[in-house]
Design a protein around this ligand. Structure first.
Ligand code: IVH
Length: 586
């Protein structure tokens, strides 16, 4: 997924505009389209010959989840486009955001509450959760809205700018946001941004900023993109929202790696539309800097998806003199905690600590890992307390007989959990790597490691040198990986996973297959790796690499110091990609 460059002030936007202005060699004001940045779930819809054939989420950039059946139930997604479009565009990819309106969200939560079902935390989770349902009839019952904002290919005949795309989408009966506007120059952009921000609290949906796009496609192509961020668009984020409330208490939570974090319990307060009752206090040093007593009035900040935090104590109040004491013992297992030299964090070093076990189990079964549904906090805690699970591999040895005695565990619920565990036995390689919880190895690194090693065994046998040689894996991470696999306890856990039926499949790249089928690519200029590397990538995606540019060339992959091929490609209007552009395409 392409992420967006971000700005937060008029000056920073001015800087962005200056770069655009230079790149497109323009003497007049640049034309921009402003769109509210909707806070929902990004999706992409594929139409072939005018018919909806596929829809996926574009969450983390790599593994778009296929949610076609669920998307089909959303009324604002047309299943059939006009005949004209079917003829003109044999394949069309429409991008947009699936959101839940605030009023719909509140109504839905009231219904869920009446049914005694868990309510949704916020509209964003509401939209995401509703789309990820296994049963499309549930999605169909949820009030979702697809708000279209673009197409993936700017080279479609007859469409020469963002505004024309939006008009086209509206003609094809897509919903587009009402506040989208086109303006020229920095001052007009700033004024329009301020207007949209002023309307924010009265809108019936949540937005976290404004996306500003260079209108003209030919200018967009001149600008290209850096890594994953297009240079022709920027997200102007609203400044963080602040609110005042009272510090009711401080609790210390222990994460899966043993880090002890102070968490402020607050009198609930709305910050930017969300009710906040907990906020992070980070660590002992920052807690001391804040100089807080229980009962103090404090300022809380929430910015986008970030965990809310306490920014400062409000001066001029009478103090309660109820100071906060950092614990000496782990609040979960009771053993002493330590603050290692040079670290800001305190840690519980007891690997068998219930809070750590719970954290590891939670991480292990998360979507990014083995994706075991129904293993929320409460159940995880029960499984650990009842000694049914002491390390995550124990999950694969659960049976109905073991589960049924747990409180609130009916036959159906136990069966659902076991079914979900069964599905997770075939979790793909990147998810398995991520689930292990190796320090520093998150979703992105796991993906890279899976792509490079291809199999779990190969990864487990890799040396520090081999790992360090991988682009994107640093020396500390390489060391952590090797240490992890050399650890006897971890080896036992992995053996237990195998015994429990985890399949450890080799890595198959699904995302690039067929992406370039039938397309021809010409390469020019100096690239960061040998040409054969890029040739392999292109061929693996079904494309062909040719030596010379002609009218039938689809793409020019262009490095530094390009030759005459670039001029020729420009004249013929052929799409020009840099390395990042290619990798996004794949
Ligand atoms: S354009 C090439 N327009 O923001 C740029 N994105 O980082 C692609 N988003 O999750 C994004 N409203 O789904 C664009 N009007 C809008 C948007 C928008 C929300 C989301 C998008 C993605 C993130 C982009």
């Amino acid at each position: 997924m392409l992420s967006l460059q971000k700005v937060t002030t008029a000056e920073e936007f001015g800087e962005f505009n200056r770069r655009v202005w230079e790149a497109v060699e323009r003497s007049e004001n640049i034309e921009y389209v402003l769109e509210p940045k909707l806070d929902g779930l990004a999706v992409e819809l594929v139409y072939e010959h005018g018919l909806f054939v596929l829809g996926s989420t574009r969450g983390d950039g790599h593994t778009g989840e296929n949610v076609s059946l669920n998307l089909k139930t959303i009324g604002s997604i047309p299943l059939k486009l006009s005949e004209d479009t079917a003829r003109k565009y044999p394949r069309l990819e429409v991008r947009g955001e699936v959101i839940m309106r605030l009023s719909d969200f509140k109504k839905l939560n009231r219904q869920l509450e009446e049914q005694g079902t868990a309510t949704l935390a916020n509209p964003r989770n509401g939209a995401a959760g509703s789309l990820r349902q296994l049963d499309p009839t549930i999605t169909a019952s949820r009030p979702l809205l697809f708000s279209a904002y673009g197409i993936s290919d700017t080279g479609l005949a007859g469409l020469s700018d963002q505004g024309e795309v939006l008009d086209f989408l509206r003609r094809e009966k897509f919903y587009t946001n009402e506040l989208i506007r086109t303006v020229r120059g920095v001052d007009a952009v700033t004024a329009a941004f301020n207007e949209i921000e002023a309307m924010r609290s009265s809108m019936d949906y949540e937005i976290d900023g404004v996306v500003i796009k260079v209108n003209s496609f030919s200018d967009q192509e001149l600008l290209g993109q850096i890594s994953r961020a297009p240079r022709w668009a920027v997200a102007w984020k609203f400044s963080a929202e602040l609110a005042e409330t009272v510090l009711v208490g401080v609790e210390f939570s222990v994460g899966r790696t043993g880090v002890v974090t102070p968490v402020a319990r607050l009198e609930p307060v709305k910050v930017g539309g969300v009710l906040v009752s907990n906020a992070s206090l980070h660590n002992e040093d920052l807690l001391n800097d804040l100089n807080l007593d229980i009962g103090d009035r404090v300022v809380v900040r929430r910015a986008g998806d970030v965990i809310p935090e306490v920014v400062e104590r409000l001066e001029g109040q009478s103090r309660t003199n109820k100071p906060i004491r950092y614990p000496r013992n782990c609040p979960s297992c009771g053993l002493p905690i330590v603050r290692p030299e040079g670290e800001a964090a305190h840690r519980c070093l007891n690997l068998a600590c219930p809070a750590q076990t719970e954290g590891r189990l939670y991480h292990f079964s998360a979507k990014t890992g083995f994706d075991v549904e129904g293993l929320g906090g409460k159940l995880a805690r029960q499984l650990i307390a009842e000694k049914l699970v002491s390390d995550p591999a124990d999950l694969f040895f659960l049976t109905k007989e073991k589960l049924l005695p747990l409180p609130l565990m009916a036959d159906k619920r136990a069966q659902n959990l076991l079914d979900s565990i069964e599905r997770s036995r075939s979790a793909p390689l990147p998810n398995i790597i991520c689930a292990l919880g190796i320090i520093g190895v998150g979703e992105t690194a796991s993906q890279i490691l899976a792509e490079h090693s291809g199999s779990f065994n190969k990864l487990a046998e890799s040396s520090v040198d081999e790992l360090e040689a991988i682009h994107g894996i640093g020396s500390v991470m390489a060391r952590n990986i090797v240490d992890f696999f050399e650890n006897k306890g971890n080896q036992r856990m992995i053996a237990k996973l195998r015994q429990g039926g985890v399949e450890f499949p080799d890595y198959v790249s699904s995302r690039s297959a067929g992406r370039l089928s039938g397309k021809t690519v010409v390469i020019t200029g100096k690239l960061s790796r040998p040409r054969s590397h890029f040739k392999n990538l292109i061929e693996a995606a079904g494309g062909k690499v040719l030596g010379a540019v002609s009218a039938s060339t689809d793409y020019l992959l262009c490095g530094s110091d390009p030759g005459s091929k670039l001029d020729k490609a420009r004249k013929l209007g052929i799409k020009i990609l840099d390395e990042a552009g290619l990798s996004d395409l794949l």
